[in-house]
Design a protein around this ligand. Sequence first.
Ligand code: FES
Length: 321
Amino acid sequence: MATARSLAALPSAGAPRSGPRRAGAWPPRVVAAAAEPEHARRLVAEFDPAVPLEAAVTPPSGWYTDADFLRLEIDRVFLRGWQAVGHIWQVENPHDFFTGRLGNVEFVICRDANGNLNAFHNVCRHHASLLACGSGQKTCFQCPYHGWTYGLDGTLLKATRISGIKNFNKNDFGLVPVKVATWGPFVLARFDDESTEGDVGDVVGDEWLGSASKLLSTNGIDTSLPHICRREYIINCNWKVFCDNYLDGGYHIPYAHGALASGLQLQSYETLTYERVSVQRCESAPSESDDLERLGTKALYAFVYPNFMINRMTRTFSREA
Ligand code: FES
């Protein structure tokens, strides 16, 4: 898979020996389709979507263990369409930024001095050094390798000691943009070439959530949710194992989560499926216990393709949408 790492445009500025190598038309295509190994294609073909549910079997084990299959998934699943990459509180103020990685694509999300939300491949246009790390506030991004400096709007502000290079134009070497938008409290990015007509913020909900967009916003997945904390866990499994667990419709709840099960009316458990979203809901059992207060009277568990999960505990749940 080709990424922004392949866009190194100039030799070392410490001792430039040759002229700049242009990276092609602006903005350049930075994520090319992955080569599709034959055995990965065979693994895909082992799934027959026409098999009725009652005759279905588990997917081939290679879907969970084969490295080429995972590479194919990253290209076909994660690098196409919108992906949730953060929350709006991380870029609430001008100069806020955070970085992330999707597959082997490094990205940075930032809010510039004018309040615009921007996203870029987090790769210096000179020799492809990683540009920014972690999160925080910056007025510009300075490359730690040779000091090329970019504004938070992606403009190349300074190309260290680059002078007298024929045909070099700073305007050709700004950061490579990534499409970015917000929906409710979430920051979304997409890395493919698909273009969205008009104001991306107006249509992203429909593109990301399909017909479930209204259902989720009706039930309070909105910007009124404050950010409290972030916890990170490394789960030593294929990504689909975790998704499978979330999507088993409460099958494991009575055995794996006995305490939780005692606070639920499992007979009310239901799953609503949409094109890109699955919503599970369950009513709470009547209880005086404060421990179960967090469940509310009904809970909403939304799974957004391919791997984003929203758990909303609330006292009311509306199906009107
Ligand atoms: S890699 Fe040389 S300035 Fe960034």
